[in-house]
Write a protein that binds this ligand. Structure first.
Ligand code: DON
Length: 304
């Protein structure tokens, strides 16, 4: 497939695309990112690589990390994990408090903030050095030992993270958080702060396009049955109250972050990462979504 030419054609088509959103502002350090940045990287299961734009520039992957922490927690807890967090689309914003009380402290899915906090609690319980071990896990998935947390962004989010503090306090009260709240929150803010380029991000998620096994190194990270389920949760919950829209328009399992990144995979074929910091009202990259919509339509490569 001539992905490179298709990228160029799509960007030409998007020349007059009006991107009216703005970068996330509730995390002070994300406010200052150049909103005009735009990058894409696609890696195939046979290690062919295609990119366009600012694909080698680091950005904050934010909620995209939640997939990787979920993978780690699922390996540790197996099906017991689902006693504390559901797998249903939330239909509510990623940081909603209302639904959590209604659901008696059991978050609807692991990608809304409440669910990701429970996953962090699980990791804090199992791991001796959660921050270090999680980072090492992400490094092993990516094949890149230089990946790092960004303490500037983690601290920035901590300074304004009142809503996440509310979510975790509510869950502590309702009996679904077992560890010290500050320890879990600190871990959560750090994992959201990981920085990657589009090429690093696409590479990191490639194992999910290949039933849990890195198709390049043949390293098995996750069973095929668990990999299938992670992809199912991405398909249904990866874009919060816009998950239906992303399925409808793009048709791939994927995950977004408020840093403007989106990663999506097509089983047996490829992993693709897009970055554009302007977010729509649901907190997802608007130009990134549009690009992926045109890309899967043009290449006829959605899972549907
Ligand atoms: O907790 C937060 O609000 C952020 N660290 C992550 C939110 C996020 O990326 C939502 N995704 N679109």
């Amino acid at each position: 497939m001539e992905y490179q030419e298709i990228f160029t054609e799509i960007l030409k088509k998007m020349d007059d695309y009006k991107d009216s959103g703005s970068p996330a502002s509730y995390i002070p350090e994300l406010r200052d990112v150049d909103p005009s940045k735009f990058g894409v990287h696609l890696i195939t299961n046979t290690n062919e690589n295609y990119s366009i734009g600012d694909s080698e520039e680091k950005f904050s992957i934010q909620s995209i990390s939640k997939v990787l922490s979920l993978v780690m927690a699922y390996k540790l807890e197996d099906e017991d994990l689902w006693k504390r967090v559901g797998v249903e689309p939330s239909g509510t914003p990623f940081n909603s408090l209302v639904q959590l009380e209604y659901d008696q402290g059991i978050p609807r899915n692991p990608f809304i903030n409440a669910g990701a906090l429970v996953v962090c609690d699980v990791l804090v319980e199992h791991l001796e050095n959660p921050k270090e071990e999680f980072l090492n896990f992400v490094r092993s998935l990516s094949g890149n030992s230089a990946l790092e947390y960004c303490s500037r962004i983690a601290e920035s989010e901590k300074s304004t993270g009142y809503r996440n503090a509310s979510l975790i306090n509510l869950m502590k009260d309702l009996g679904n958080i077992r560890n010290d709240i500050d320890t879990v929150l600190d871990f959560y803010f750090n994992l959201c702060s990981i920085e990657m380029t589009c090429s690093e991000l696409a590479r990191t998620f490639l194992f999910l396009a290949s039933y849990g096994k890195d198709p390049i190194t043949n390293e098995k990270f996750l069973s095929s049955s668990k990999s299938k389920r992670i992809n199912a949760v991405m398909q249904l919950c990866g874009f919060y109250d816009e998950a239906g829209e992303f399925s409808f328009k793009v048709g791939l399992p994927g995950k977004s972050g408020v840093g403007g990144g989106i990663v999506a995979i097509l089983p047996n074929q490829y992993s693709i990462a897009v970055w554009s910091p302007r977010l729509n009202k649901k907190g997802n990259s608007s130009k990134g979504m549009k690009f992926l919509e045109l890309f899967t339509s043009e290449t006829e490569s959605s899972i549907f």
